[in-house]
Design a protein. Sequence first.
Length: 265
Amino acid sequence: MKLVLKFSGKNIDPHKSAFLKPVVELWQKGTKLAFVHGGGPQISKFIEKMGKKPSFVQGLRVTDQEDMDLTEMVLSGLLNKALVGMLSQYGVAACGISGRDANLFIAKKHIINRENQLIDIGRVGDINQVNTQLIETLWNNKILPVVSPISSDGNGKSLNVNADWAAAQLAIALRVEKLLLFTDVPGVLSDPSKPDSLIEILSVNDVPLLIQKGIVTGGMIPKLQMIETVLRGGVEEVFIAEGASLKFVDQLFKGKSIPGTRIIR
Ligand SMILES: Nc1ncnc2c1ncn2[C@@H]1O[C@H](COP(=O)(O)OP(=O)(O)O)[C@@H](O)[C@H]1O
Ligand SMILES: CC(=O)N[C@@H](CCC(=O)OP(=O)(O)O)C(=O)O
């Protein structure tokens, strides 16, 4: 079994490692795992420390060169290495890499087209090439890859890529069965103010309307925008849930439902 698992920054507490236990169990059972992580709140904290106000367009961070440097330090440095450290405490040999290592992710600059107006949000990228060689090498040596989404622009510089998109492109390139995205809400909600309005099964065809009607906003937009590409790319299922659902993940492989939203073709 092959899996890409993504944890958002909201799920990561560098001082508490218990949230990683289910990841360790999956890995120790022999699942081929690539662990992609975000770090949105942690990046924003450092940008604020510089006296700046973080800003987002369609759920993507507006990233000038100074923000890019901070983003790379926080994602590929601080958080990536904290995760590797916590996994090593559980006896797991993990290797922290970013999309820049061995050209894992090559990206081009992302331009937003809003009502026929092109909006430049700085050093933000879209991955257009994935080289999985490094991940395969790590797997072959029983080393768990921990992946920061910072990508190469193909000219030796970095681009800031949304961690959901990085996880999605990796899932397609590695031909995994499932892409599991863990966040701070129980899944996709039909009324975001009501945690009990969970949509348990969502068809990819319903996504444009959810965005158009304003039911899905903010960071949930980039999450859902890439799902059609992922499912077309051969991944069977995308699952969006709260971090706590990870401990039930075995059930998902037995075809049983667990708390969260399953998105299928
Ligand atoms: N319909 C919706 N259902 C669930 N969450 C939604 C919805 N619309 C907007 N959101 C927001 O999306 C957020 C998740 O996206 P984001 O903050 O980018 O997550 P992550 O940090 O996991 O990448 C939720 O915290 C919630 O505030
Ligand atoms: C372009 C863009 O928005 N990049 C994200 C990358 C981190 C991320 O996606 O982290 P979460 O999964 O915790 O949201 C950012 O700068 O916040």
